[in-house]
Structures are given as C-alpha cells and as structure tokens.
Design a protein around this ligand. Structure first.
Ligand code: AMP
Length: 367
C-alpha cells in the first residue's frame, strides 16, 4: 500500500513509523524542506499551490490522508480527484472553519459554547451584547495552539480585540468557566466500525498542549456522552480514520470545542499506553483494514517537549518513561518531541511524570 500524507510534521513521521511495519510505504508533501519525515518516506517539497507537484505526489498512491488541518482545501481537492482522500474533504472543510464546525455540532445535537459570526466592528458589539462578556474572539480559520484569539474581559476590551484580529472573518464565543479540558480520540474503519480510546485530560500552557493524562478520571456518564458526540460526528461525515474531539468539562456538562480530523497530540500516549496506537489505527482505517483494540494499558502521562531538548539520558532513566524526539530544530515554544510515562496506577504515573518534569524544567519547578 502506498500512502500519501499531505503535511510532513511529527504527526506524519509517527504515522510513517506506525505504518511501515504494516507493510505500507509513505510519500509526504510539505512546503518546508526541514521536515522530520526524512527517514520514514519520500518527501516532495513544493507549495500547496503547485499543481504539477501535487500530481507527482498523487501518482501511484493507493490512498492519501493529511496530518495538518490548515492545508489549503484546493490542494486536498486536487489530490482527491486522483486518489481517495481519507478522512473526507468535507470533514476537513468543516474543521477548518469554526463557524461551520459549530453549526455542524448544533445540527448533530452536540453542545457548544454560544457564539456569533463577526464580520465587522458593528457585529462585534452586537455579538458581545447578545452573548455577554467575558467572551473569546477567534479567527474563523487558521487558528491553532491558541493563536488567532483574544479574550475580551469587558467592554473596554472590544476595541483592542478588534484592532488585533479584525479584517478577517471572526467568531465570538462565550467565555466558558470550565473545570477541565478533555479530549476523545476515536477511529472509524472503511466498514463503519467505530472504536473509542479512553478520555484524556489535557493541560495547556499559553495555548499549547503541555500535558495529557490518560485515561482521565471521568465517570461513566461523561465517557458515554463523549463517545456519543464522536460517534455522531464520524457517522455524519461517513468518516474514515482517526478523529480527535476537544471538549470542556463544566460540572456535569461536556461542551464540544473543536475537532481535528486527524491523529492528535492528545493521543500520543497511545503509542505505549494503548493496545493499538492512534497512528496504527489511522493507517489501518484508511487502508481498509480492521481497527485494533483501543483499550488503555495502565496509566499514561504525556508531556510535550517545547523549545529545546532537555537532558534525555536522565529522562530515559525514569522508570516507565519513553522519549520521542522528532528531529526538529529547536525554536522557542516549538513542539520538538514528547515523553510518555506509563505506570500501573495513576498515582505512580503522576509521580513519574513529576520526576520527568523536574528534569525538563528544573528552574520552573523550583521557582
Ligand atoms: P482553541 O484554539 O479553540 O482550541 O482554544 C485554545 C484554548 O483557549 C483552549 O484550549 C482553552 O483553554 C481556551 N478557550 C478556547 N475557547 C474558550 C472558551 N469559549 N471559553 C474559555 N476558554 C476557551
């Protein structure tokens, strides 16, 4: 099976690492030549607007997928004319636009934050009046890792938020007083079988995921509700592959924030912490295989390595710690690797993760 992947970051790399033992070979497409996929497949470096390069990419593939949702839709559509693209272009289209995404959730009976479209300064004032403040102003498109959004605390914040983000289509969302951020990773095969990983609790640091705890300590009712949300989303898109749904937990409510139609950072723990990793299941799904079991093996804590590499030899010496460096150049706040710590019980997993954290950022822990 020849699999094409649009985007060639660490998610592409980990898809390749999981898929090669299954006999798949990989071709990646990315405008950036400094990519971490060099040792897992062929890389075509070209702009997403380069029609000839996209043709070369699609040539001879059995199936194509994407590992990054900000890829220009036209590029994905051009590939889809030549080979099946999974998950579908429609799932990608909706996930690229927060307004379409919210409408889709509402249509499926999935709870979301109250929100309004904002195209002008007048819209912003009206939206703030209707949904109330505080609120979060976000770009409809191309926002990730907390980029392209501003929290508006009160009316004095409206002008500044507009100055910062105005000029592109926006959405204003009610600011939710949530208890925790949770996500669920799910997979659907070409035959329509759906499997769900346990829920994950996620902690962010200035908008970037820093830590995922899996399985999250969540009751059965919420687990069922999250699975039902993911089930509806996958059914409605005739989805094939791995999907991530990010949610806020507020009391007894689960409020959907956004989907990623791809393998997701909050699922990296599945490499060591689940019976089948999210990467393997994505490859299995898009190549028409049966899915592998999604149960957790023990308890995992995943820590992202941001910026510069810590003392890896010391981290490796922590029991249950697994180091994944992506081969990316260090840069401030850049995701260059992750560490997953596994243990038999949640307390031990937390303690081991605390040991890793002390090695990763001794000053921060001491401060
Ligand atoms: P997003 O880009 O939508 O994933 O948002 C990035 C982060 O901003 C989330 O992980 C939350 O911590 C926070 N956030 C996003 N939307 C809201 C909201 N409506 N209310 C409160 N916090 C939010």
């Amino acid at each position: 099976m020849n699999i094409g992947v649009l985007g060639a970051g660490q998610l592409g790399r980990m898809l390749g690492l999981a898929g090669r033992p299954l006999g798949a070979s990989f071709r990646f497409f990315d405008p950036n030549k400094d990519s971490p996929v060099a040792d897992v497949g062929e890389l075509i470096v070209a702009a997403y607007e380069d029609a000839a390069a996209l043709e070369r990419f699609a040539d001879g593939l059995d199936v194509a997928t994407y590992e990054f949702e900000s890829i220009p839709l036209a590029a994905v559509e051009a590939v889809a004319k030549r080979v099946p693209v999974l998950p579908s272009v429609q799932a990608l289209r909706v996930s690229q636009d927060r307004v379409l995404e919210k409408r889709a959730f509402q249509h499926m009976g999935i709870r979301t934050a109250p929100s309004r479209d904002v195209a002008s300064r007048g819209d912003l004032d009206r939206a703030a009046h209707e949904i109330g403040l505080p609120a979060v102003l976000k770009t409809r498109r191309l926002g990730y890792d907390g980029k392209g959004q501003v929290v508006i605390r009160d009316e004095n914040g409206l002008a500044g938020a507009w100055e910062k983000l105005g000029g592109v289509p926006l959405i204003l969302e009610q600011f939710l007083e949530f208890d925790r951020e949770l996500s669920i990773i799910a997979a659907r095969s070409r035959d329509g079988e759906m499997l769900f990983y346990p829920l994950v609790e996620n902690q962010h640091d200035e908008g970037i995921l820093s830590c995922s705890v899996a399985p999250a300590d969540v009751n059965e009712t919420k687990t069922r509700a999250a699975r039902e949300y993911a089930r509806r989303i996958m059914a409605s898109f005739d989805y094939v592959g791995v999907l991530a749904l990010e949610m806020f937990e507020a009391g007894e409510r689960l409020i959907a924030n956004e989907i990623a139609p791809r393998v997701h950072n909050s699922g990296h723990w599945t490499i060591e912490g689940a019976e089948t990793s999210q990467f393997e299941n994505h490859v299995r799904a898009i190549t028409g295989r049966e899915l592998g079991a999604t149960g957790a093996i023990g308890h995992s804590v995943m820590l992202n390595v941001l910026g510069t590499a810590p003392d890896l030899a010391r981290i490796e010496s922590v029991p249950g710690a697994h180091v994944h460096m992506y081969g990316k150049a260090p840069a401030p706040r850049r995701k260059i690797g992750h560490i997953t710590v596994v243990a038999d019980d949640p307390g031990e997993a937390r303690e081991r993760a605390a040991s890793v954290r002390r090695i990763m950022a001794p000053e921060a822990v001491l401060a």
